[in-house]
Design a protein around this ligand. Sequence first.
Ligand code: SF4
Ligand code: FES
Length: 368
Amino acid sequence: MTAPAPIAMLAELTYRCPLACPYCSNPVQMAAIDSELDTETWSRVFREAADMGVLQLHLSGGEPASRRDLTELVTAAREAGLYTNLITSGIGLTEKRLMQLDEAGLDHVQLSLQGSSPEMADDIGGYRGGFARKMQVAEWIGKIGFPLTLNAVLHRRNLHQLPRAIEMAEEMGARRIEVATVQFHGWALKNRDALMPTREQAQEATQIVIAARTRLKGRLVIDYVPADYHESYPKRCMGGWGTTGLNVTPNGLVLPCHAAQTIPQLTFDRVQDKPLADIWHNGAAFNTYRGTDWMQDPCIDCDRKTIDFGGCRCQAMAVVGDPSATDPVCIKSPHHKDLQTQADVFSGRDDAPLIYRDAPAKTSEPAE
Ligand code: SF4
Ligand code: FES
């Protein structure tokens, strides 16, 4: 089938990261540093992306500020005509570096928030002093005048801080906040028992978001990814497989979504071997779940099949062991009840330790 051009590309510049978040969605086995794409290759990929119709480039990681050539990469992306968004924890950014990025044409910054108190943020990020550094970076971002999105990743340990996170977005002058309940992909899957929100927390978060959207209409946009384990219908993951976006990993693999490497049935092309447009239109990984032909019962005859495209393929793989299955979040899935029971069991394990991204032995008690 012919796919329209993707709107956005996520460039995972590196898997290196000073933080050790237990909710990290990057793969458990990460590519080595010495296999990262170099400046020249990324610059070519940015031009190929723009030529095929991509409009927005999200520079992500790991921590993209860990790349010494970040400013050069932003310059290359702007020269290619892409709108550039830096997705960062803030750690590794100085005022001088931010000013250089501004001169290079960086359009937007998305700052992650691990918690809205220093204790919580430093505990979840596994990085002492990280919150204070982030607040300093937020001040520089405001001073330089970058449009800002705050990205709050929420789970059982920090969901009670959601109202404060929204206040912080207002105080920082952010235009948007993403309230993203943790998704269990990659490393995060190891922490389902430590991070799974309770049903009550999930419901309360939805109410808080609804009220804040009304109160802040016209001032702050709130994007919301609910705790889908407790929902009745799945999210339209990635806007539909192979419809709107693609990801390029630090070593050049082109993925339909950031967790696609968890699906063993898929093979991925590399930007070193083929043009990006060829991979997008003809790559096996993109065509496997594009459209609706791959669907099984009950999706195949469902009137929502072009609304949610059967939900998340990676979640079907992780929970059911079959990436072509209906997302078990869906009430019509034969696995829905099991999933909800599992979610209730996980969310009751209050003594579960956090398993940090880089140090399996590092554990911690919940912070207040
Ligand atoms: Fe969506 Fe499939 Fe559930 Fe229908 S059966 S609502 S298409 S996930
Ligand atoms: Fe891969 Fe949802 S994260 S399809």
